[in-house]
Design a protein around this ligand. Structure first.
Ligand code: NAD
Length: 522
């Protein structure tokens, strides 16, 4: 990979296009195997896996193949007038050698491994991908396919867990792109700091969803969207609804609708429906423990906590099945309220007012990736967005905004930093290389005045005001060069020499008069 940088081949648009086309071919030719591996690791239904993993990747590749030429084009930028004549440009170049490191999470092991990889390759970086060790079928398949399709100087997959990732993080990287938990994110950032490798952290957290008293009248549609966003990938989505907050006036309508919707979408026994599985028995056991904790609270006489649907009895942690569970008003100090849930458990908090809902959301730990509000009122949405910090917000739906390639998707505060998707990936994985060219010839240097001696006049009245002059747009810069070329050519024509002399004398006299005026004024 160092050699790829040394030859500079990866700086070319052709190299980048070749890698993207190779990846496109790899995904297209192995769609079935990828879907199969996703089913084996996470029990993902074919359609769900296609929409949330493969098509996301295919769209991203298509975006880059379409826009690569314009993204990689050299961009001329204005130059400060005092520096004229000069040409300034910015080029998106690969980050520093030898490569970028992408560390993938377990919940969307194809899309969240390949989507950053696409951005990295499009930006010209040789890339090392380390998928999650919890998705063995996917990570083995990715390793085999990448080895089969790619030259190892462009892309390699390294399999492994903590030890292998820790070893990788000892190396310097152009960028470490990490998607995963807040806990591991801190370790990754600390390790990367030792080599001064820049880091992007795409982390998780608790995303609240508030159903205001001004919610849309179609409560069934609201319930459909909430259940879908909660149970997609069995709740293992970074931006999933973690906790539902409902205005008390709507509880009696919404809660039965949520239960009915759950049955409609996943059947009376979700264990035999299309619900995905928790990736790891250990994580599933944690979910069962979370449910058992609130079951104990609900069993206390007169407890405000109520089990609405689901429960621990039908869960089977060993097979990764966690029964979709809805709990009303769990205790404020239970683990459901304090930890990222990341599973098919929906706690509902009832609130008496919008102010109380805002307080509940502000009191939730961390800064959420997304904030969801169901309201007909744009003003209510704006008020909540303003009072409750979050990396993104959505009104009257949840999760679907992640599909947009126009948004720079990323976290805020504890949900991480740095953004990606589409051109934002390209920016994140590129170094913006600055370049300036100033022709060097006698008589064309506007900033001759920068040279010593400044004296009492030249400094304050010429040099300092000149430095304050604004930048000259690119077009003017070119016009300036044209003017200089014409003036230069005139020197070789007798009449032209006269013209140049007249212009120079006129300029000198204007300068002298201004200087005299300023001296008198002073
Ligand atoms: P995780 O943090 O356990 O693992 C993520 C990656 O880090 C894996 O590749 C793993 O091998 C590696 N890793 C684990 N322990 C490590 C260590 N000690 N040192 C170095 N590397 C280590 O996360 P996960 O369980 O795979 O994914 C779930 C988490 O990811 C949730 O918190 C979720 O919210 C978050 N997530 C965030 C986004 C986002 O875009 N913001 C997307 C998906 C998931």
């Amino acid at each position: 990979m160092q050699q790829t940088h040394d030859t500079g081949v990866n700086f070319s648009t052709a190299w980048r296009r070749t890698q993207l086309e190779t990846l496109q071919r790899m995904v297209n030719e192995h769609r079935h195997e990828l879907l199969q591996a996703l089913y084996q690791d996470l029990g993902k239904h074919r359609t769900e896996a296609a929409c949330t993993e493969l098509i996301i990747v295919e769209n991203e590749i298509e975006y880059f193949l379409k826009h690569l030429s314009s993204l990689t084009a050299v961009r001329q930028v204005p130059t400060p007038a005092v520096l004229l004549p000069a040409f300034s440009s910015v080029t998106h170049r690969p980050l520093s050698a030898p490569a970028c490191l992408v560390i993938g999470p377990s919940n969307y092991p194809v899309s969240l491994s390949l989507q950053p990889t696409i951005g990295s390759l499009a930006a010209g970086n040789p890339t090392v991908l380390k998928p999650s060790e919890l998705c063995l079928h996917v990570s083995r398949l990715l390793q085999r396919l990448v080895a089969q399709y790619f030259d190892p100087s462009a892309l390699v997959v390294v399999q492994g867990g903590v030890a292998e990732t820790t070893a990788l993080l000892k190396e310097p990287w152009g960028l470490v792109f990490f998607t995963g938990s807040e806990r591991v994110g801190k370790l990754v950032a600390a390790a990367a700091a030792q080599t001064l490798s820049p880091v992007i952290l795409e982390l998780g957290g608790k995303c609240p969803c508030y159903v205001d008293e001004t919610a849309p009248a179609d409560i069934k549609a609201v319930a459909n969207r909430i259940i879908w966003a909660k149970l997609l990938n069995a709740g293992q989505t970074c931006a999933a609804i973690d906790t539902l907050i409902v205005h008390v006036s709507l509880v009696d309508k919404l809660v039965p609708e949520l239960v009915a919707t759950l049955r409609q979408q996943f059947g009376v026994d979700p264990a035999v429906g299309e619900l995905g599985r928790i990736v790891d028995p250990g994580h599933a056991a944690r979910h069962v423990a979370l449910i058992q904790e609130v079951e104990r609270a609900a069993a206390v006489v007169d407890s405000p906590t109520k089990m609405i649907v689901g429960g621990s009895a039908t869960c089977d942690a060993r097979s990764g099945y966690v029964c979709p569970t809805i709990v009303l008003n769990p205790p404020a100090d239970c683990r459901l309220a304090t930890e990222e849930i990341f599973g098919p458990i929906l706690p509902i908090r009832t609130v008496a007012s919008r102010a109380q809902a805002i307080q509940v959301m502000r009191d939730m730990p961390g800064t959420p990736l997304c904030l969801y509000v169901f309201t007909k009122s744009a003003a209510v949405f704006d008020e909540i967005k303003q009072k409750c910090p979050s990396a993104s917000a959505m009104r009257n739906d949840a999760l679907v905004h992640l599909a947009s390639l126009e948004f720079p998707f990323g976290g805020l505060g504890t949900s991480g930093y740095g953004g990606y998707h589409g051109k934002h990936s390209f920016e994140s994985f590129s170094h913006q290389h600055l370049s300036m060219y100033r022709p060097c010839a006698p008589g064309i240097d506007l900033c001759m005045a920068r040279y010593h001696p400044f004296g009492n006049f030249k400094g304050p009245y010429l040099v300092e005001p000149a430095v304050r002059l604004p930048s000259v747009p690119v077009l003017h810069c070119k016009a300036w060069m044209l003017l200089l070329t014409v003036a230069g050519a005139l020197r070789y024509v007798p009449a032209g020499q006269e013209l140049v002399k007249i212009a120079a004398t006129a300029l000198a006299s204007v300068l002298e008069r201004s200087a005299a005026f300023l001296r008198e004024g002073a």
